[in-house]
Design a protein around this ligand. Structure first.
Ligand code: GTP
Ligand code: SPV
Ligand code: MN
Length: 583
């Protein structure tokens, strides 16, 4: 046996001694295994079968009421030096963190089965992909990992070949928020998560591995692990450009990744190809361009707001082989959430009789888990081993005022500042207040596994001789008018903005230079058929000088909060823009 498999077996033994499971099951990823686990979960009530005629092989899972989102205040990055985790992370000394969480793991799997899940993040044959092993006592986690990653025998074979893997230990514990920790040990390539069965807290391949641990590795190895969708836009000439876009949680990545072009665009021949909806690993290729893969194999998407009107591709893929978490159900036992125009909820997300006075029927962070290949727009290049070349990077946030619909960064350094300066209103994807504007650089605030100041420096370092870097943009679909309604229709119509972006990439269209970046001229944005009032378009493309002066001051203070580690080039760029706004 190889030394890697020895090391894996040894770790599994150690964990078993600590957690004391009744049984150990090595997941092979087979269909038979999946059926067996599903039957077990249905028997235990962990999964509720949905209407078999309308939703074959679909199940509902209701999580514990106080376990419905990521818990940022309980998420730690445990580097030996506090400064290396940075002010952007909660920090604990590694020895203290291990001791704290191991005390919770002790004996926690008594009476339970321990599942060992070898998985690969990214196409199994891609040099950019990385493997991990998650140990969990939750069959729901196994079922989700099976959809979200390449799990089982091929991953184990790759681990043996490569000699390295990320270790993730997870237990749902008592699901007690007072006994819940999500701990990361980047230098040990180790994750320990206790006390939650939900999403990013429990499916350790996703945010814990593919972002927090991977971002740390990416820094030392010269690549980028980002909270970005990847989408291919094919124009009527048949040319496809790939765009990577970072929006904070619940700010539109899944929707943009699978948008359906507006009718006029479809008629002309525009097509959209989905590569990924949440995470992007990018690496400079021999040609100087950034090449990207989606490390995931499935979508763990927000259910509320998903409808035939907003995201028909998503709705269609949810008709079979899908796990729904914390949605409501109708009298016909169909899944239901706010934003669906038909159907009436009879049971809310907690399984109680639905009463409108008790809040939404589906939890605002209710989710679907589904294979990426079930999406009609799934890109034929999504599984290419070398990835897809990125032409544009788009940052965006949820800002009801100030931030225009779209602007372009002048160059890479300006683009890095635009990403570092991102801010967005908080959403239900994490516990805590919703709707509060906070800085969320590159949409990575909850996910960067090291000090943001060093991360900004890492981004800047890609600007090397010979590099053919993507152009950088910022978008905001969420501007509101004085009536409190969104000014921009969003969803499929966002292609109109992407068209301008790609025309800029190809040098086909002009722009209006401003202090904050280059904006489209109203005439260059195709708003035909939208029925937008001209003053709304002006508002969407307006740069409010006073407001932006205040914003730039805040950004300056934010960069200063990282102290001397903040790259001077970013501070210079910020001052340059502040001066231009003042001048
Ligand atoms: P995570 O999975 O948490 O990372 O979220 P995400 O970034 O993939 O967000 P998603 O696409 O699931 O959208 C979240 C919410 O924003 C949903 O309720 C959508 O309906 C809504 N949304 C998405 N795109 C738009 C848009 O262009 N305009 C408006 N107004 N709402 C949007
Ligand atoms: C997010 O919160 O950004 C998600 C959902 O994509 S979770 O998997 O819970 O992180
Ligand atoms: Mn996300």
């Amino acid at each position: 046996m190889s030394s890697t498999l020895d090391a894996l077996n040894q770790w599994v033994d150690e964990v078993a001694r600590l957690t004391q499971p009744d049984r150990i099951h090595w997941c092979d990823g087979s269909d038979a295994e999946a059926r067996q686990l599903n039957d077990l979960m249905v028997a235990r009530g962990d999964l509720i079968p949905l209407n078999d005629k309308t939703h074959p092989n679909c199940f509902l899972h209701r999580s514990s009421k106080s376990d419905v989102a990521r818990v940022e205040h309980l998420t730690f990055v445990c580097t030996p030096e506090r400064e290396d985790a940075g002010p952007n992370n909660h920090w604990m000394a590694p020895a203290e963190a291990h001791a704290k969480v191991d005390a919770l793991f002790a004996g926690c799997m008594r009476g339970r089965t321990m599942y060992v899940i070898p998985y690969c993040m990214g196409p199994i044959d891609s040099p950019i992909s990385r493997c991990g092993v998650e140990i969990t006592d939750s069959p729901y986690v196994v079922a989700n990992m099976r959809i979200m990653t390449r799990m089982g025998a091929p991953a184990l074979a790759r681990i043996e070949r490569e000699g390295t893997f990320v270790k993730g230990l997870h237990s749902t514990g008592e699901l007690d928020p007072e006994r819940r920790f999500i701990m990361h040990f980047p230098e040990e390539l180790t994750i320990k998560s206790y006390g939650s069965g939900y999403g990013g807290n429990a499916l350790l391949g996703k945010k814990c591995h593919a972002l927090r641990i991977a971002s740390y590795q990416a820094r030392t190895e010269g690549w980028l692990a980002e909270h970005m969708l990847i989408v291919g836009i094919e124009n009527p000439k048949g040319e496809t450009h790939y765009v990577a876009a970072a929006f904070p949680s619940a700010c539109g990545k899944t929707n943009l990744a699978m948008l359906i072009p507006p009718e006029g665009y479809r008629e002309k021949g525009w097509k959209v190809w989905t590569v990924g909806d949440d995470i992007c690993w990018m690496k400079p290729g021999a040609d100087g361009r950034l090449w990207a893969i989606n490390p995931e194999a499935g979508f763990f998407g927000v259910a509320p707001g998903t409808s035939q009107k907003t995201n028909p591709n998503a709705l269609a893929m949810l008709g079979h082989d899908t796990i729904f978490t914390n949605v409501a159900v109708t009298v016909d036992n169909d899944p239901w959430w706010e934003g669906l125009p038909t159907g009436t909820p009879v049971k809310d997300w907690q399984g109680n009789d639905y009463q409108p006075g008790n809040g939404p029927a589906a939890h605002p962070n209710s989710r679907f888990t589904v294979r990426a290949s079930q999406c009609a727009s799934f890109s034929p290049h999504a599984e290419d081993a070398h990835g897809v070349p990125i032409s544009a990077i788009v940052f965006g946030g949820r800002r009801e005022s100030l931030v225009p619909l779209v602007f372009e960064a002048r160059d890479w350094t300006h683009g890095v500042l635009v990403g570092a300066a991102m801010a967005s209103e908080t959403t239900a994807a994490a516990t805590g207040a919703v709707g509060v504007v906070r800085r969320d650089p590159m949409a990575m605030k909850p996910f960067c596994g090291y000090n943001f100041a060093d991360y900004f420096g890492h981004w800047l370092s890609f600007d090397q001789p010979g590099a053919k870097l993507p152009k950088v943009f910022h978008v905001n679909w969420f501007r509101k008018g004085s009536d409190g309604k969104f000014l921009w229709p969003g969803f499929g119509d966002n292609l109109r903005v992407l068209e301008w972006i790609l025309d800029r990439v190809d040098g086909k269209v002009g722009a209006q230079p401003t202090a904050i970046g280059n904006l489209p001229r109203a005439a260059d944005l195709d708003t035909q058929g939208l029925g937008l009032e001209p003053h709304h378009v002006d508002e969407l493309l307006h740069v409010d000088r006073d407001g932006w002066q205040r914003e730039m001051d805040e950004i300056g203070a934010y960069l200063d909060s990282y102290g001397a580690r903040t790259p001077e080039a970013l501070r210079r760029e910020q001052r340059k823009i502040a001066d231009a706004l003042a001048g």
